[in-house]
Design a protein around this ligand. Sequence first.
Ligand code: TMP
Length: 215
Amino acid sequence: MRRKGLFVVLEGIDGSGTTTIGKMLESELKQKNIRAHYTFEPTGGPVGSLIKNILSKRVVMNLKNGDSAVFDQKAVALLFAADRLDHIRNEIEPLVKDGFVVISDRYKFSSFAYQSIFADSEWVRDINRFAIEPDLLFFLDVDVKIGLKRVGKRGNVREIYEREELLKKVRTNYLSDIKKYRYSHIIDSNRTLDEVYLDIREILFKRLSAYGYKI
Ligand code: TMP
């Protein structure tokens, strides 16, 4: 009898497909009667919702001279870290302990890649030091232009990081960071959704059976 579940993280620049793939994995695992839970960051909780509003510029600071300013990016880094700790304590850890396969669409590696552009990268790591390590990490590597094209098709309000120059730096940061972890896999995500999904699924299912899941 298994005692512990698995904590899986999907990362990538905007438009890399983490949300679609995460939901597909959850759905297939559930069909196979494996307890699975898809979750995401920034979360839908109070801090995560505040972050979403900052990213879409719905929250701005009104200055005394009548101008408005966007939120300070170091403060945003702290909000991401706070949202994450709450996410881990109240959602991820209890479910993993209970035997669930928890799939998180973004995690601390997003902070390392995005917030390190605006703040000292060691500081960004430091404020995330209580974030537990995942069992598996997939980096969905997509060309910035392709990612932005996919984001554009969604027709949502443009968020502050959805810019080509910035996402190029984010991708570079991701690539140099992700290679450091023994549990990470880089997945070519310029291909069709099905091709990307099958690659990830194969690695995940292998791990699950090695872990004692009946799959
Ligand atoms: P989403 O588009 O996956 O909902 O994520 C919203 C944006 O937040 C996306 O541009 C990536 C960014 N982000 C960070 O900058 N740092 C983080 O720690 C996380 C989780 C997301």
